[in-house]
Design a protein around this ligand. Structure first.
Ligand code: CA
Length: 645
């Protein structure tokens, strides 16, 4: 994150008219048409290569200083080129050159400007946000009550969506936890379980164009949003549900004026655009400087196999030894460490880890008064004074970071809590992982000590139920296209135990192969990864699997989508330095047979190929890259593939 250069090049045009305004991406492939329809209602359409991907859709806001969805005049639209370069080592790509066309449309009422709609159109993304002007009589604040912001999908579009759960339900009344099961390739027109859908939301038009809708730049100045289906193909931005945060606080957003809303983002085109997009990060800025160079990397985590009882001193010491043996940077100590280990002996473990080059992450309950989760430490992260005392203790004892769990929804005070925890943690040099939490929205760039969020049906469910194990590959084939493409995903996977149990003989059964475990270590992107490996894997897992897990990177320079379909299979490549890792997994009953072109490997390169036989027995062999730069691969159901130099 060394430099950020924003240059506004020559002003492209300024239009002072009420006819439709056209905004084109630098390469001309993405077009937005903005117009004011009858009754002064702003609307927009999006097309990709002349094919409509979002049809005429309303824009605007309803606030307590005015209804800015109708009765507006479009005064002028100013277009500029935006060119920006930035470095970010905790996302899918370490250096980004962002080029876009920006259009600022100013809307007036009785001659006074009331709202701008700011569009950014890049070669694969459309984004927009609102600026609200101070009102008459010197109004300096307003409440945004709702957004008209809609996304009307073309007829025949199918949906790939994660239903939003109702609040105050599920385990210890901790929902919504943003981890319900996706429905894939369904017709438009449903509204999930009645409460719409969790971002991001993926659609496929009848012309086979893909559309990923999400939001970015959300912080304590707004609410986290979701997508509501109103009718047919019409989806609209929804605010939090009244019951979130135990019913406390409003569902609306209060902002100071002039003020901006978060960005609404629409990534369009082939699946490569969806997988490779950096739009959540392109549109935001760092909110503070990193207090130090944060250490990302790999770690181990006893809880996923051993659960609460494993959070004791001896077992954590064993996991520190295990992380050291793997060359890993950390150990994550989960809930109840305060009772079962205690602060003094945690300090002892931190000293022990430091000697071995292993830092500690400590688990915290975010509560508060927003659910019944009894896990401790509790009541430490929701109060600034206590939180900062706790963080000072962590800083003084060399703790690496925190994992904060059980958040209470997306109302504005909860979004402020996420931001406050991050900002305070940076003061004390701590990385932050969120769990039982909302989707991150550009946070990798906004908050330099942000590590990752769960916001997915993560590995814990593999321990809790066989159904999740049976559907593991199916679910993993969804995340690269949806959840993980917009933000770091703390999945906690890559299990090499056969059983989710410390004795590796009881409990839920892993159905996926060892090569699958290696492939998902690359497929799932998060700069900090705590894998579900166990110390026994040093002796009971294949040595090629352990050797791979020792060296796999967690930070990346580039990503390339190769092939795949949400829920069925995925093949993609990530680059770390000059080393490419091509990985694939398959959830379909039939073995996946493909000839893939791998231009990242030169002719005659000796490649290591990790693959499975029909019984999911893995092996590694050396293959020379042919002159066509192609390889024919087979991935059985629940199996994996890794190709590397
Ligand atoms: Ca969870």
């Amino acid at each position: 994150m060394k430099k950020t250069i924003v240059t506004c090049l020559a002003m492209l045009c300024m239009t002072m008219a009420t006819e439709a305004q056209q905004i084109k991406s630098p390469d001309g492939k993405v077009t937005v048409n903005l117009e004011l329809t009858d009754g002064g209602k702003p609307c927009y359409r999006v097309s990709y290569q002349e094919q409509e991907v979002v049809t005429n859709s309303p824009l605007g806001l309803t606030t307590n200083i005015g209804d800015f969805t109708q009765g507006l005049e479009l005064k002028e639209t100013v277009q500029n080129k935006v060119s920006q370069s930035y470095d970010l080592r905790n996302i899918k790509q370490s250096h980004i050159d962002y080029e876009a066309t920006e259009a600022v449309a100013t809307f007036t009422r009785q001659g006074n400007p009331v709202m701008d709609i700011i569009f950014r159109v890049s070669n694969r993304d459309v984004a927009y946000r609102y600026k609200i002007y101070p009102g008459r009589r010197d109004t300096r604040v307003c409440v945004v009550e709702s957004e008209a912001s809609s996304f009307v999908m073309p007829e025949g579009t199918t949906t790939f969506l994660c239903p939003q759960s109702k609040p105050m339900g599920g385990f210890a009344r901790t929902s919504p936890s943003y981890e319900t099961s996706y429905t894939l390739d369904e017709a438009v027109g449903k509204n999930g379980w009645g409460e719409g859908y969790t971002f991001p939301c993926l659609f496929k038009t009848p012309q086979d164009q893909w559309v990923l809708i999400s939001e970015t730049g959300t912080d304590g100045n707004y609410v986290g949003c979701r997508l509501l289906n109103e009718q047919g193909g019409k989806y609209r931005i929804g605010f939090p549900q009244p019951g979130e945060l135990n019913g406390a606080g409003s569902t609306t957003a209060a902002i100071a004026l002039p003020g901006f809303t978060p960005w609404r983002t629409i990534t369009v085109g082939p699946l490569s655009n969806i997988v490779e997009t950096t739009v959540p990060f392109d549109l935001v800025e760092p909110k503070y400087k990193a207090s130090q160079d944060y250490i990302y990397g790999k770690g181990s985590w006893s809880w996923i196999i051993g659960m609460d009882n494993s959070c004791n001193y001896d077992e954590q010491k064993r996991y520190i030894d295990f992380s050291a043996a793997m060359g890993y940077q950390s150990v994550l100590i989960d809930a109840f460490w305060d009772r079962q280990i205690g602060y003094d002996r945690i300090a002892e473990l931190a000293r022990y880890g430091r000697e071995k080059g292993v830092g500690l992450f400590l688990w915290y309950n975010s509560n508060g008064a927003w659910n019944d989760a009894p896990q401790t430490p509790i009541g430490k992260m929701n109060n600034a004074r206590i939180r900062r005392q706790e963080m000072k203790w962590m800083h003084d004892n060399g703790i690496r970071g925190i994992k904060v769990d059980f958040f209470g929804g997306d109302k504005q005070p909860m979004m402020q809590l996420y931001e406050d925890i991050l900002a305070d943690a940076n003061d004390f040099g701590l990385l932050v992982i969120f769990h039982g939490c909302t989707l991150p929205r550009g946070w990798e760039r906004m908050y330099p000590n942000y590590a990752a969020s769960e916001a997915v049906l993560a590995s814990e469910n593999l321990h809790f139920g066989q159904g999740a194990c049976d559907a593991e590959a199916h679910n993993a084939c969804i995340h690269a296209f949806i959840r993980n493409t917009v933000g770091s995903m703390d999945f906690g996977g890559s299990t090499l135990n056969k059983f989710y149990n410390a004795d590796n003989q009881h409990g839920t059964v892993r159905k996926t192969s060892d090569v699958y475990a290696l492939a998902t270590a690359v497929l799932f992107q998060s700069a900090v990864q705590h894998f579900a490996l166990a110390p026994n894997n040093l002796t009971d897992a294949p040595s090629w699997a352990i050797d791979f897990m020792k060296q796999v990177p967690t930070t990346w320079d580039e990503v390339k989508f190769i092939d795949g379909y949400p829920g069925k299979y995925v093949i993609m490549a990530r680059r770390s330095g000059d080393k490419w890792y091509v990985v694939g997994i398959n959830a379909e009953q039939q073995p996946l047979k493909k000839t893939i072109t791998l231009p990242m490997f030169a002719k005659d390169t000796q490649l290591q190929v990790y693959s499975d036989d029909a019984q999911l027995q893995g092996s590694v062999k050396t293959v020379k890259q042919n002159k066509k730069l192609q390889m024919t691969i087979t991935i059985p159901c629940n199996g994996g593939l890794v190709i590397m130099q």
